[in-house]
Write a protein that binds this ligand. Structure first.
Ligand code: G3D
Ligand code: MG
Length: 340
C-alpha cells in the first residue's frame, strides 16, 4: 500500500505547530517502524540530535506498547519520562501516533488535537479525502491539571464505555451549507423527522468515538427554512448539548452575522461546546473571509474553528468528531488512568 507521506508530513507539521508544548510527533507501525516524524523547529537546537534522542526514549516504550497493541487492546496511553511526556494513540488499524511533549505539558491540552490528528492519519492511510491541517481548537477553561507521574509506568487511558444522547443544533444564515453539511455526515436521509411547529428537521446519527467504547447518539437539529425561525428559536435552542455555527467563506455578511448566532447560544444560559465552521472552501477564487480573521473572531468568542467543503466532504466528519470528543469528556468529567 502506498502511503501519502507528503500529506502525513504536512499533518504532523500542523499538529506540532498547533498543539501547545509539543516537541515531536511520530507515526509508527505495529513493529515500531517510523513511517513519518516531525520535530518542532527551534532556532538554537540541532533537530537531528533531538530526533535521535527522542527515538532512543520512544523505542523501548514502543516495544512494550506494540506488544499490547498487537492484541488489539491498546487504544490510547501515556508515559512520563524524566524530561518528556509521551502520548500514544491508535491511528488506524496498523499504526500509532506518538506525541512527545514538554515535561510541563498538560495532557488535557494535547488530547483534543491528538484525537483529531489520529483521525486524519487514519484517513490518509485509507486514501480518503483529508485536509492535512489541524483546525483551531478552543480548549475548555474548566480543565483539570493532570500532574505528570514519573513512575516509569505505561498508563492506558480509558473513557468509561456507554451510550450518550446529545442534541446538536445548527445555526447560521440561509444557504451557507448547513443542510449539506449534516446530510454529508448523516448519509442515510430517511433518518429524518420534521417538526412543523418549530420549522426544524431532526436527523439521527450514531457516532462511535474513535478507539473507545463510547457511542454518541446525536440528534442534529437543522433549520427547515430561515423564515419561521424568529418565532420558534427558543424551542430550537433549548436543551442543546452542542452547537455548530456555519458561515460561507464567499459571503462576508454571513460571517458578520456569527455574533448574533452566538448570542442565541448564550441565551441558553449554560456554556456548551460550539464549533465555528467556515464552509465552501472549494470555491477558492470566490473566497472573501480568510482563515486568519475567522480564527481571530473564534478566539474572541471562545469557539473552535474549522474550514469545510460540505459539497466535497472535506473536514465534515472532523466537525462532529471535535464536538463528540468534548461532549464525552465533559460528561465523564475525567479520564481514568489505568496501568497496563
Ligand atoms: P442552508 O441549509 O444553510 O440553507 P444548503 O444551505 O445546505 O441548502 O446549501 C445552500 C447551497 O450551497 C446549495 O446550493 C448547496 O449545494 C451549496 N453548498 C453547500 N455547501 C457547499 C460547499 O461546501 N461548496 C459549494 N461550492 N457549495 C455548497 P444549491 O445550488 O443547491 O442551492
Ligand atoms: Mg437548510
Amino acid at each position: 500500500m502506498a502511503v501519502d507521506t507528503k500529506k502525513l508530513d504536512e499533518l504532523l507539521e500542523s499538529y506540532i505547530t498547533r498543539t501547545p508544548n509539543l516537541i515531536s510527533a511520530l507515526v509508527v507501525d505495529r513493529d515500531g517502524l517510523v513511517i513519518a516524524s516531525k520535530v518542532k523547529k527551534k532556532k538554537s537546537s540541532v533537530d537531528e540530535d533531538l530526533l535521535s534522542g527522542i527515538s532512543a526514549i520512544v523505542e523501548p516504550i514502543l516495544k512494550k506498547i506494540t506488544t499490547e497493541f498487537n492484541t488489539g487492546l491498546f487504544g490510547s496511553g501515556t508515559f512520563d519520562t524524566d524530561n518528556y511526556r509521551l502520548v500514544f494513540l491508535e491511528a488506524g488499524e496498523l499504526t500509532l501516533l506518538v506525541t512527545v511533549a514538554d515535561f510541563y505539558a498538560n495532557l488535557d491540552d494535547i488530547f483534543p488535537y491528538a484525537y483529531l490528528c489520529a483521525e486524519k492519519i487514519t484517513r490518509i492511510l485509507d486514501n480518503r479525502t483529508v485536509i492535512s491541517k489541524i483546525p483551531m481548537i478552543q480548549l475548555g477553561k474548566a480543565r483539570k491539571e493532570m500532574e505528570p507521574e514519573r513512575d516509569g509506568k505505561l498508563k492506558q487511558i480509558k473513557i468509561e464505555s456507554g451510550d450518550y444522547i446529545f442534541k446538536l443544533v445548527l445555526a447560521g444564515d440561509g444557504a451557507v451549507g448547513k443542510t449539506t453539511l449534516v446530510q454529508k455526515f448523516v448519509e442515510e436521509k430517511f433518518n429524518e423527522d420534521y417538526i412543523a411547529t418549530i420549522g426544524a428537521n431532526i436527523m439521527k446519527k450514531e457516532y462511535k468515538l474513535r478507539g473507545e467504547n463510547v457511542v454518541c447518539n446525536f440528534s442534529i437539529w437543522d433549520l427547515a427554512g430561515q423564515d419561521l425561525f424568529k418565532r420558534t428559536r427558543k424551542s430550537y435552542f433549548s436543551n442543546a448539548s452542542a452547537g455548530i455555527i456555519v458561515f460561507d467563506v464567499t459571503r462576508r455578511e454571513t460571517f458578520e452575522h456569527v455574533n448574533s448566532w452566538m448570542a442565541e447560544f448564550k441565551n441558553i444560559g449554560k456554556p456548551i461546546p460550539i464549533v465555528l465552521v467556515g464552509n465552501k472552501i472549494d470555491l477558492e477564487e470566490q473566497r472573501i473571509v480568510n482563515p486568519e480573521e475567522a480564527e481571530t473572531l473564534a478566539k474572541e468568542l471562545n469557539l473552535s474553528y474549522i474550514e469545510t467543503s460540505a459539497k466535497e466532504g472535506q473536514n465534515v466528519e472532523e466537525v462532529f468528531e471535535m464536538l463528540a470528543f468534548f461532549l464525552v469528556k465533559n460528561n465523564f468529567s475525567q479520564m481514568e488512568e489505568l496501568e497496563v
